[in-house]
Design a protein around this ligand. Sequence first.
Ligand code: AMP
Length: 284
Amino acid sequence: MKVVTTLQELRACRAELPAPVGFVPTMGYLHEGHLSLVRAARQECASVAVSIFVNPTQFGPQEDLDTYPRDLDRDLKLLRSEGVDLVWTPSREEMYPPGYQTWVTVEDLTLPLEGKVRPGHFRGVTTIVSKLFIAVQPEKAYFGQKDAQQALVIRQMVRDLNFPIEIKICPTVREPDGLALSSRNVYLNADQRKAAPVLYRALRTAQEAYQAGECDAQTLRRIVEETIAREPLARLQYVSCADLGSLQEIEGAVHSPALLSIAVFIGSTRLIDNIILDAPHDIE
Ligand code: AMP
């Protein structure tokens, strides 16, 4: 496994990789969710490249850029044991040199949900992912359904900008109690960790109601709200039941497929999760 930092090294190593190259962009502090993407890439591609970069431009001024967990040695061990060929750990200086002023923005899909409560977040995501794609030139790139809006935004960007890259969206990996794996779970203390499965429980309760015939989007959102409200350590930031294509909020009956998604504060830790109504496995 080659580990490189500079663009020059990255390009030299990339040129040696057999095609097709599968690419997994990450911010590090890897867990089984990230590794599931690496395994999917390993299965489908001749070479696997992973980037580790905590991208400053996707964090808001009040967010956790400075405290975001990092453990490069451990990450590299995990990636080595998954048979990854190339790891790129770009520097902030090379990605955003002084005077940097070029941005990639996707419009409508970034306005609701995460885009509404995290202004500028997706501009940072689409810009860095474009830069990573241009440098790595993968044939396929792997994203998690855990960040469903992000994956859909990237898919839109790739279509609009004609990147010759196939975007694969992989299912959310969860703890046995339902909590979606996230690098941010490390912020939770013992009591908060016990409370955190309420996100998935709320989504599942609404999904079960939907499967039992409850189609009204507002009622499904209310079921989520009520379940979260019963957990004293949790505070709901938003619940959305949106069309999976446009991410526009559904009023009235759900015509599937729909994305039921939430953002919840457990203490000061912000967690997100989602589930798809009428597509039990993944977005595809
Ligand atoms: P991050 O390091 O948080 O930027 O995540 C890198 C990639 O891993 C993104 O495509 C995420 O959607 C994906 N990912 C994060 N958590 C999970 C999870 N629990 N299951 C599947 N994919 C995940």
